[in-house]
Design a protein around this ligand. Structure first.
Ligand code: PRX
Length: 701
């Protein structure tokens, strides 16, 4: 499956100096380790597990599983019998055993240049223990779910690890999601507590996070569910004193000076030059982060968890429209993200690593928090935007912290490409050694720009294919080992066995194209959809029994390289974020003017795909600009700004088969203004087509 020798033609190789120190220095070494990982997983992963702390050791085989629905329930168990705690492994062990207490864990770089702070491993451990004690004092217990809705600040990492320390399960909701989306996620996982912040700036725009969080809690209450506590961090407003009013008191929060806060290194990180949000305060549930942590102890014994105890839930779009709560568990996830981080970025102790993703997505979970911290790495944690205050920001940050390993999304690369090379070359970037991409297929043109302009052909580009569900990278180059082909995620990571199937479920050999599936689990694969194991089985295992189905199309070339061709289900990838067409459609039809909606993707030069929405209106309603604006607002409010429709088109009729199924294939062509529609003989009413072409909402193609 993997060639014995790396091809010499049509490939690029930039490892240069990396080879001398690399963990996997050659293609031959990659192949040797890969074979070991498949033939002898117990030994392969057992060696890796030796570098972690286990309160009790595992018994039996390393991985136990069933991937075949026809043989019974799907399950994956890794290191059964072992007990550990991830927080202990990524913090205590680094501070006490590896003596990394004074090493910087994060350089925090705010939205505004000049807003910055630094946190060491020792400080992070102290902050985490304090908050863990706070959570315990508020009644949070092992197994309880805690929702986190925060900006990109160090305290977001603190909140995650505090949950993990006490065995609580975090469910992070990206801070760009709406109140409705937050409410839906809180309800689905029945979270007992919410951690949020006053607000944050995205470029010039103030986001009043607490206002949105309050609205979400109201919605939960309206639906009969009470979130008992809401802990709010003051991120924008300065903390001189902290609210200490006990819960339930009707009076406005009493304040008292907290001596410990005066020493808080994070205290002055945001310059007070901009308007600060007024935060609504509900004395029945609201608690002040600072008031609680400043009196909490720095000692907190970790809760020892079983390998298969839940670690976190992270919601991802589902094709039915209802998001799926992807559940990851303790030991397998820890080993997998630690190993992929170390090998895919070829992590070395002197590295300064920067992943530009938001922690609200899986990339941030695995490759800002858990993977880097498990390796004792120093990372940049960036709150801002790549184009604010100007388009050199990313490269200025690279120079400021001498970033060596840099990980971003194709959409950011395409955005910056538009401004040419000068904003990049204005900065030195001599520290860079490895560049990574994630989130969507990268077009060869963007790949070449990244490789040539940003990395000056010195830095290998690791195009990492993976999913919220896979926990970590599953197809990826290793920077000193894998010759690159621009646009290909190349080969499987250790323990991963990909296959390409045709529509009948037959495995295709050699060069071929079809459904990308995996034949066996790896430690970091998701274990279930929270609260709905049946949905887990149906979504990923039913179509082709015996395989995990990714939902992506894939091509394998003559050299065995894998090329992801994009989603083959009703999912769209907008700026690297998956959205289900059904979710956007249901937001649209909730508007009283809309009778029916159909959403398709239309290629977009920066976002990859954009949202093109066809709406059929109720009788008597007229389509106009004001309605269009209302519909955009409706989707933003229901889902969040990432789902804002790019195009909305009035569609008095939709192309349907005689059985009433909407022909999306035809709608995609109309959105693209492509007249060659293929076979439309099954259309119930062919006359709708001409009308749809006439009504196209964009005349740019
Ligand atoms: O379609 C694939 C695309 O992103 C999907 C997973 O999205 P999500 O769960 O939100 O996780 C994104 C970050 C891991 C995949 O099914 N995708 C992700 N990485 C790549 C990619 N498509 C092509 N190449 C990639 N490197």
């Amino acid at each position: 499956m993997i060639p014995d020798k790396a091809p010499r033609e049509d490939v690029l190789y930039a490892a240069g100096d990396l080879k001398k120190e690399a963990h996997v220095p050659s293609f031959e070494k990659y192949k040797e380790l890969y074979i070991k990982s498949i033939d002898n997983p117990d030994e392969f992963w057992g060696d890796i597990a030796k570098d972690f702390y286990w309160k009790t050791k595992h018994t039996g085989q390393f991985l136990d599983y069933n991937f075949d629905v026809t043989k019974g329930e799907i399950f994956v168990k890794c290191m059964e019998g072992a007990t550990t705690n991830i927080c202990y492994n990524v913090l205590d062990r680094n501070v006490h055993e590896k003596k990394l207490g004074d090493k910087v864990a994060f350089y925090w770089e705010g939205n505004e240049p000049g807003d910055e702070s630094t946190v060491t491993y020792r400080e992070l451990l102290q902050q985490v223990c304090r908050l863990a004690n706070v959570l315990k004092s508020q009644g949070v217990k092992k197994g309880d779910r805690v929702s986190i809705y925060m900006p990109m600040v160090v305290e977001l990492v603190v909140a995650m690890l505090a949950c993990v320390r006490i065995g609580a399960v975090h469910s992070i909701v990206f801070a760009g999601f709406s109140a409705e989306s937050l409410c839906e996620r809180i309800l689905d996982s029945q979270c007992c507590l919410l951690i949020t912040a006053d607000g944050f700036y995205r470029g010039d725009k103030l986001i009043n996070l607490k206002v949105i969080a309050d609205e979400a809690l109201h919605k939960c209450r309206d639906k009969g569910y009470l979130v008992q506590r809401c802990i709010m961090l003051r991120h924008l407003s300065k903390v001189e004193e902290a609210e200490v009013t006990p819960l339930g008191s009707q009076s406005p929060p009493a304040k008292r000076p907290c001596p410990d806060l005066q020493q808080d290194p994070q205290r002055d990180r945001v310059k007070k030059t901009r308007p600060v949000p007024q935060v609504p305060w509900n004395p029945k549930v609201d608690l002040c982060w600072h008031g609680l942590v400043c009196v909490a102890s720095e000692e907190c014994e970790p809760e020892w968890c079983d390998s298969e105890d839940p670690l976190f839930i992270l919601y991802t779009s589902g094709s039915t429209g209802k998001p799926k709560g992807v559940l990851h568990t303790v030991s397998g996830y820890m080993l997998y993200v630690a190993t992929t981080f170390k090998l895919v970025f070829d992590y070395q102790p002197s590295d300064v690593y920067w992943c530009t993703a938001d922690i609200g997505w899986i990339t941030g979970h695995s490759y800002i928090t858990y993977g880097p911290l498990a390796n004792g790495a120093t990372s940049v944690l960036f709150e801002g935007l790549p184009t604010y205050p100007d388009v050199s920001r990313m490269w200025e940050i690279v120079d400021k912290y001498s970033v060596t390993k840099f990980y971003t999304a194709p959409t950011a690369i395409r955005l910056l490409m538009k401004y040419g090379s000068e904003p990049v070359t204005r900065c030195k970037r001599t520290s860079l050694k490895v560049l990574g991409t994630v989130g969507e297929p990268i077009n060869p043109e963007a790949w070449q720009w990244y490789y040539t302009v940003v990395g000056e052909k010195r830095c290998p580009v690791v195009d990492t294919f993976w999913q919220t569900e896979t926990g970590g990278h599953v197809l990826t180059p290793l920077p000193a080992a894998t010759p690159m082909k621009p646009g290909s995620a190349t080969f499987p990571f250790f323990g991963v066995v990909p296959a390409i199937l045709n529509e009948s479920g037959e495995e295709l050999e050699g060069p071929s194209e079809g459904y990308l599936v995996f034949k066996q689990p790896w430690p970091g694969v998701m274990r279930t959809v929270y609260g709905n194991h049946q949905r887990f089985e149906t979504t990923y295992f039913k179509k082709f029994p015996g395989y995990y189905v990714t939902g992506d199309g894939c091509r394998r070339d003559k050299d065995g390289y894998y090329w992801i061709t994009g989603r083959i289900d009703d999912m769209l990838n907008v700026s690297g974020h998956l959205l289900s067409t059904a979710e956007v459609e249901s937001a649209l039809v909730e508007h009283e003017a809309v009778a029916e909606a159909a959403v398709v993707g239309r290629p977009h030069p920066v976002k990859g795909e954009s949202l093109y929405c066809f709406v059929s209106l109720r009788d008597g309603v007229t389509y106009n600009r004001s309605l269009e604006a209302q519909l955009r607002k409706q989707v933003r409010e229901k889902i969040g700004a990432i789902a804002t429709p790019d195009y909305i088109q009035n569609a008095p009729g939709l192309p349907k088969t005689r059985s009433g199924k909407i022909m999306r294939r035809v709608l995609r062509k109309i959105a693209n203004n492509e007249r060659d529609l293929g076979d439309v003989s099954t259309l119930a009413d062919p006359s709708v087509i001409e009308q749809l072409f006439e009504n196209r909402s964009c005349s740019d193609v």
